[in-house]
Design a protein around this ligand. Structure first.
Ligand SMILES: [Zn+2]
Length: 486
């Protein structure tokens, strides 16, 4: 029993020591903007809901980890409908020390900037009591870095931002509150990427963390070791976030949101929504192992160096595990080509390790030194056929030692499993000894044409290499022998 009490005392001591001091005698009103499902985002997740969860996380951070007197909320759920003046009336009635209003922005789908708006009068002076500007100046940096986006106006007085001809501040929550105040805009809920991130539970914790760090700095306290690693898992080729990826850090796992776990709430399309976001707290410092796996992808294994001062971001682009296959070939199976005129063209499903392909293909009967060229994306190989025999059946074989850029062996038969050869039969045509000739012309030879500008028409007995006609056709005025330029 003695041992237990000692241990308990130790735990309590540790808790007291880990608490951030300097907020005692102070309190704050957190104001999650809007009510219910107001300000719906582009993918059906509302700003109001995002704001509520950010406020709840921030309240927990402040109450659990600092000596703040208390944290008030202007609403605590998504059912209450709270008007603008009710929010400021509430803060004024309790004589709160601070008012922080939490929002996100709306506009074009490509915009995703951050913004801090502090109370300002039409004459440009900061609202009295002062403080909103100083807090905003701290918050804007943490918020923008945390969201990993940019800001256009940064921390700005609301009258400068919206324009006030008299009075001010512009925003109700700045104008009607009696205490220092500010309002945050964390990106745009009309931005598809941001709106899908907003759906994630821990993403809202990340936003709250940026405010928490800002508030304790404003109150003169040191930021504790963050211990947070977060990032976005994407497909290396498409760039699309991956649902259901499993991230393991320091022995703990996090699975990115899926349709079944989350997105079904916001869409009937099971493939539409994705954010690829993961987030770990309480990760020890130094180098930590990280692995990422997802069905159909190669597993990623690495280490991550934890930041002592901010979030540690580690985005991972997973490589699709699908083996490469031949997705197109000219001539087709059983078809033919004319040696020296038609090339042999092989297209692969993925970028290839070209040296491995060059060493892996052969022809039967053998062809000596056929020139070849790879296109820029390293997916298409074009082989010159000048060295091929006429009138011959050829078999092209590409051994599974041919690999893609990611070291996956060729899937010759295209059944989804790599490691087998690609075999392709084609033939070469017999030599064409007959020269092309003109079989029809308009106007006809020696014809007397009444048209002012006849369209001259020549028809050949077989397809012509059109580039070979260049400079070969001339028009002569037979009465003057003048060469008519065309
Ligand atoms: Zn808003």
């Amino acid at each position: 029993m003695k041992k237990f009490i000692t241990l308990l005392a130790l735990v309590l001591t540790v808790q007291i020591h880990s608490q951030i001091t300097g907020l005692s005698g102070w309190n704050i009103v957190l104001d999650p903007g809007h009510s219910g499902q107001e300000n719906m985002g582009i993918h059906n997740y509302s700003e109001a809901m995002k704001n509520l969860y950010v406020a709840r996380h921030l309240r927990a951070f402040l109450l659990d980890s600092t000596d703040i007197d208390t944290v008030y909320m202007t609403r605590t759920d998504s059912i209450q409908v709270v008007g603008l003046s009710q929010r400021s009336d509430y803060a004024n009635s309790i004589g709160a020390a601070w008012f922080h209003s939490i929002h996100s922005d709306a506009g074009s789908a490509t915009s995703n900037t951050t913004l801090m708006l502090w109370g300002q009068y039409a004459n440009g002076q900061e609202k009295v009591p002062n403080g909103g500007k100083a807090m905003s100046d701290i918050m804007i940096g943490n918020l923008t870095k945390g969201m990993r986006t940019n800001t256009v106006y940064g921390s700005i007085g609301d009258c400068s931002f919206y324009g006030c001809t008299s009075g001010g501040p512009y925003l109700s929550v700045n104008r009607l509150t009696n205490m220092p105040s500010e309002l945050s805009e964390a990106g745009f809920h009309t931005n598809p990427r941001q709106n899908q991130l907003n759906m994630n539970y821990e993403w809202k914790r990340l936003e709250a963390k940026t405010f928490w760090w800002s508030i304790i700095k404003f109150k003169g306290a040191q930021r504790p070791y963050p211990g947070i690693v977060a990032g976005i898992i994407t497909d290396s080729e498409s760039g699309q976030p991956i649902n259901g990826a499993v991230i393991t850090v320091n022995g703990r796992t996090y699975t990115t949101d899926t349709y079944q776990s989350l997105f079904y709430k916001y869409s009937n399309d099971s493939t539409l929504l994705r954010n690829g976001f993961y987030y770990f707290e309480k990760v020890p410092g130094g180098n930590q192992s990280i692995s990422v796996s997802a069905p159909g992808y190669d597993t990623y294994n690495s280490t991550v160096a934890m930041s002592d001062t901010f979030f540690t971001f580690r985005d991972v682009a997973l490589v699709n595990a699908m083996p490469p296959y031949v997705s197109g070939i000219i001539p087709a199976e059983g078809d033919s080509l004319y040696p020296g005129v038609n090339s042999l063209q092989i297209t692969f499903s993925r970028p290839m390790d070209t040296a491995s392909v060059n060493a892996a293909y052969s022809f039967s009967p053998a062809v000596v030194s056929a020139a070849r060229v790879w296109n820029a994306n390293e997916r298409t190989l074009t082989i010159n056929t000048s060295a091929f025999q006429f009138g011959t059946q050829y078999t092209l074989t590409i051994q599974p030692t041919a690999k893609d850029k990611y070291n996956h062996p060729l899937d010759g038969d295209g059944n989804g499993t790599g490691g087998d050869a690609f075999v392709h039969n084609f033939s070469t045509r017999v030599p064409d000894a007959i020269a092309p000739k003109v079989v029809f012309s308009y106007p006809a030879d020696m014809a007397n044409v009444m048209e002012k500008r006849p369209v001259i028409n020549l028809t050949f007995s077989e397809p012509i290499k059109t580039s070979s006609l260049s400079g070969k056709i001339s028009y002569i005025n037979t009465s003057t022998n003048a060469n008519i330029q065309t």
